[in-house]
Design a protein around this ligand. Sequence first.
Ligand code: HEC
Length: 182
Amino acid sequence: MRRPGAALAALAALATLACNPDDVVHRIGWFATMRHQRSIKPYARPIPPVPGTVPMTGAEPLMSLQTADRLANPRTRTSESINHGRFLYETYCLVCHGPTGHGDGPISSAAGGPFFGVRSLVNDTIARRTDGYIYAVIVSGQVMGRGLMPVYGDKVRGADRWDLVNYVRTLQAGAKSPTGRR
Ligand code: HEC
């Protein structure tokens, strides 16, 4: 009973080894393989930067509810910024927050869609928030205590985020004005 078992185990071991010749062939010294070369292996730590090197594109600051409020909006609310913000809003945000920011986009439960918990961007509470707060929720709702909102920091970058903030302000002004939509 034991011998067929052992034979089977040996066969299984052989089959595993035979699966990928690349995994075994380099173990035999006289095979020249490309595996042995001076290069960074997949997932290996790349060469660390020279001490004192500064990133040219800037690094992402770690944000929190406290630090977000201190961020200064570097983008003036020009029509160029607002128009670009509108384009980004319609690309990324409208599906949930709706065309006027009331939280009634097509996939929001407010419009019969599957996404629950979408907040209005145009009520008084959010209108009183700082630009930095809105910016930081775009980067990561999770960090800002708005965990139901997906992360957009990896999709919208740099000044584009501030253009979005500027467009959200425009929506808020529109919601307040008596001639504004709704
Ligand atoms: C998939 C749906 C969805 C999309 C797309 C989306 N949001 Fe949200 N957003 C939410 C939800 C849900 C919340 C409420 C999160 C919570 O309370 O945990 C929220 C909250 C917010 C808040 C905070 C509101 C408050 O009262 O504090 C802001 C600001 C915001 N979103 C802006 C945006 C912007 C700008 C975009 C486009 C980049 C966007 N959202 C895209 C679902 C979405």
